[in-house]
Ligand binder design. Structure first.
Ligand SMILES: [Fe+2]
Length: 452
């Protein structure tokens, strides 16, 4: 077997499980009525080409249904594109395919207009899932999507519009897509860009969509070598941020120092300026591997479109990823953010040799809560082997930060995962509830709380 990033916390689940009436420590708040779902790459076999790159494994969604203070079920299901269905001996799910890009969407899972979708970027369509996570089929919203969709979306909490930025190696543009609260594609705008860059996430403010046009571009040299993900850092290419006016569709570009960004924490308009908080890598995406030239930091861009200038300040220099907020604050000034400092994630990103001399505590798996008003952070450690992923915020009261954080945490003693429910306001205190799942949940990418 060739080397695989699907080891340690990312080692894939090997079977689909259904379990009912899960054991709980603590008390699940009765107001949590819905499903916590999380997607991630889970190759069918470690001998497959899909197992050689972290981004290429077939999607598997892990879900827990909460209702009336009980954890009714846990399910994990592969997303069945035609190939996964064939490998599992099932008939293919019906549905459209964009440009031959039939991918078992592995990056995010979201709710749109009462439906559930696994999403992926770079040309693939979303796959619709049933309430119980069975694959319904690929979806282009009744022909509303001209091409593929995106892994990341941002819901405008004021208008109810769902925004996305799609890209595809076969396009000379990015595509801004707005889906209305009824689940209908309401607006599509093409934004010309050079060099076919990768675009993972973007930011949304009340007036703007912020586009990250960074120097990770389609590499023909890598494509010809058969690289599973033929994108590479281009030293010669400038980096810039685009302010797309939501009203007019005009884009103003402002140059920045080269860097790479997967994820946005939040963004907002501040007078004529725009503030964008991101997890930012110093540079390089060498050879289409996850070598980003160093650890990511949480940084703030202040974009001054009048002066044509961006200033960068550091919010936190600890390596961290998977930033989430109270999404009622998306696009508006906000105070709190939550991130994950999962060591196993960075063990995959960096060559293992560099980690050999680290002390035990370097392997602590930690969630971080940021108070951006005070400039302080609170860390919650789960201990060695307790790999922990993205924390999803679920609102309770009206105020920001009044709610819960949900995430899967590995319990190395049981060799299985817990769904941990924290009080966002008592971040380091005892969990509100811990739901004991019957199986491991590998580290993955992104998830959502989808209320019933
Ligand atoms: Fe992501």
């Amino acid at each position: 077997m060739t080397s695989t990033p699907f080891r340690n916390g990312f080692a894939p689940a090997t079977e689909e499980i259904t379990a009912f009436d899960l054991e709980v420590t603590g008390r699940i708040p009765a107001e949590l009525d819905g499903r916590y779902l999380r997607n991630g790459p889970n190759p069918l076999s470690l001998d497959d080409p899909a197992a050689t790159h972290l981004f290429m494994g077939e999607g598997m969604v892990h879900g827990v249904r909460l209702r009336g203070g009980r954890a009714e079920w846990y399910r994990n299901r592969w997303v069945r594109n035609a190939e996964v269905a064939r490998r599992l001996g099932e008939p293919p799910a019906p549905g459209p395919v964009h440009a031959g890009m039939d991918f078992a969407a592995n990056t995010h899972v979201i709710g749109i207009a009462g439906r559930t979708f696994a999403t992926v970027e770079a040309g693939g369509l979303p796959y619709e899932l049933s309430y119980e996570l069975d694959t319904v089929g690929a979806c282009d919203f009744v022909g509303g999507l001209p091409g593929g969709y995106a892994a990341h979306t941002h819901l405008d909490p004021v208008t109810g519009e769902l925004h996305a930025m799609a890209y595809f190696a076969g396009w000379d543009h990015h595509q801004h897509i707005v889906i209305d609260p009824k689940g209908v594609v309401a607006q599509v705008r093409d934004i010309p860009v050079a060099d076919r860059p990768m675009l993972h996430d973007f930011a949304l403010t009340r007036r703007h969509v912020v586009i990250y046009d960074l120097p990770v571009t389609l590499s023909m040299a890598h494509a010809e070598r058969g690289a599973p993900l033929p994108y590479a850092w281009d030293d010669a290419r400038p980096a810039r941020l685009g302010l797309l006016s939501r009203e007019t569709g005009d884009v103003q570009w402002v140059e920045i120092d080269p860097c790479w960004v997967f994820h946005t924490l939040n963004a907002y308009d501040d007078g004529d300026q725009v503030v964008v908080d991101v997890v930012r890598y110093p540079k390089r995406f060498v050879d289409a591997r996850l070598d980003l030239g160093g650890a990511p930091t949480l940084d703030r861009w202040r974009i001054d479109p009048v002066a044509g200038r961006v200033t960068t300040t550091r919010l936190d220099d600890r390596p961290q990823e998977f930033p989430r907020i109270d999404e009622r604050r998306t696009g508006s000034p906000y105070r709190y953010g939550y991130t994950s400092a999962a060591a196993d994630l960075h063990d995959v990103i960096y060559p293992a040799a560099e980690l050999e001399d680290l002390p035990d505590e370097a392997f602590d798996n930690t969630l971080i809560k940021h108070d951006l008003e005070r400039g302080t952070q609170e860390a919650r450690r789960f201990g060695r082997g307790a790999y922990v992923g993205e924390p999803v915020f679920v609102p309770s009261g009206a105020a920001e930060d009044d709610g819960y954080l949900l995430t899967y945490v590995n319990d190395p003693a049981r060799g299985a995962a817990d769904l941990v429910i924290l009080s966002a306001r008592d971040f380091a205190g005892e969990p509100v509830a811990v739901v004991h799942l019957p199986a491991r949940v590998p580290l993955g990418f992104h998830g959502s709380w989808i209320a019933d």
